[in-house]
Design a protein around this ligand. Structure first.
Ligand code: ADP
Ligand code: MG
Length: 341
């Protein structure tokens, strides 16, 4: 359906992403009163293009991302995928109007309420797997950007995937560093093609983040011990050169240095995206703290984060795992849970 900006009233900014290059607004359709979420490139994209340099046309890339996204989303019909109402293709205002998810994204939720009950996270795992299966079976695509901010929730208790801006091959990976390196699998970092397995890795990282309430550490000195609450590293905000997102811990501060942005922790150690990518490739995969949560959950996360690509399970096998089977019928009422915050 063809929408125009003038048919909508802006209500509230819901967030911005990709290093501030996109903005999502809560809007109301004037004619029908329907509440929707509108995604569009930000006006500041032009300025950012200047900051980043002439070879990196942010605005064009971003528009292309949104175009990809709406081509796919407009053909999706699944309870596990955010649906689309319509789009506006008129340059420069490529916009996408989608279903408004009133409880927002899971990164915002855990940052507000702390670690999420592992039983609720089980429901998230089921929804993400179902969303992935739908995208793969019906559209032969992999999501490519699984992370907490792209998993949304509403007060009816629905959990849905959004954001397929990176899902197609239309984007030139060579000159725009796409994807979110922090959720990126070792294989992807080393240049392998993105497959469903890379998405499964990202799901594993996402699940730990939601259960523990923090982006996991990839530093083997840090993540082997379950009891001691070790300092966890958080990736640096490197938006000056890479379109990635951060999940900043409360105590950490951004610092810009000559080598680019890095993140300073209280102890004074810093970690850059390059270091983090190096760790993802070379260090053992992160794990849930052992024996602190259901062993089925531990087993599932370990399966997602299998670094031996030959041994990593595909979707069909993951669906058969005890945690997923159990989570389908664990009696958790997600709608009731959303009323608690
Ligand atoms: P990112 O996913 O990197 O955070 P986006 O531009 O995709 O950036 O989205 C920005 C924020 O807007 C998200 O983090 C999410 O909280 C919110 N958001 C996105 N889509 C919706 C939606 N359909 N309903 C409600 N909130 C949304
Ligand atoms: Mg997003």
């Amino acid at each position: 359906r063809k929408f125009e900006d003038k048919d909508f009233m802006s209500l509230q900014e819901l967030g911005s992403g990709n290093g501030g290059r996109t903005s999502v607004m809560k809007v109301q359709h004037v004619g029908t009163g329907t509440i929707m979420a509108k995604k569009s490139p930000r006006l500041t994209a032009c300025l950012q293009a200047v900051l980043v340099g002439p070879r990196f046309d942010v605005q064009r890339t971003q528009r292309q991302n949104i175009l990809c996204e709406l081509q796919i989303i407009s053909h999706c019909d699944s309870p596990f995928i955010v649906s689309s109402y319509g789009a506006c293709f008129a340059e420069p205002n490529i916009c996408l109007w989608m279903e408004f998810m009133d409880k927002g994204s899971f990164d915002a939720i855990y940052k507000r309420i702390g670690p999420i009950d592992v039983k609720v996270v089980g429901k998230v795992a089921v929804a993400v797997l179902e969303g992935q299966r739908y995208l793969y079976d019906e559209h032969r695509i992999v999501h490519r950007d699984i992370r907490p901010s792209n998993i949304l929730c509403n007060s009816q208790g629905d959990i849905k995937l959004c954001d397929f801006g990176l899902s197609t091959e239309l984007i030139n990976i060579a000159n725009t560093f796409v994807g979110t390196p922090i959720y990126m699998s070792p294989e992807r970092i080393q240049g392998a093609a993105h497959t469903i397995k890379s998405d499964i890795w990202s799901l594993g990282i996402t699940l730990i983040e939601l259960i523990v309430g923090q982006f996991p550490s990839f530093d083997s000195d840090n993540n082997s011990d379950s009891e001691c609450e070790s300092e966890r590293t958080t990736p640096a905000d490197h938006r000056a050169s890479l379109p990635i997102l951060t999940s900043l811990g409360a105590k950490r501060h951004l610092r810009r240095s000559s080598e680019g942005a890095s993140l300073q922790e209280d102890g004074g150690t810093t970690i850059s995206i390059i270091q983090l990518m190096h760790q993802i490739v070379n260090e053992p995969a992160p794990r849930l703290p052992s024996r602190k949560f259901e062993s089925d959950a531990e087993e599932f996360v370990d399966a997602c984060l299998e670094k031996d690509w030959e041994r990593q399970m595909g979707l069909a096998k993951l669906f058969e795992m005890p945690w997923i089977k159990g989570s389908r019928q664990n009696g958790v009422d997600v709608a009731a849970w959303t009323k608690t915050f």
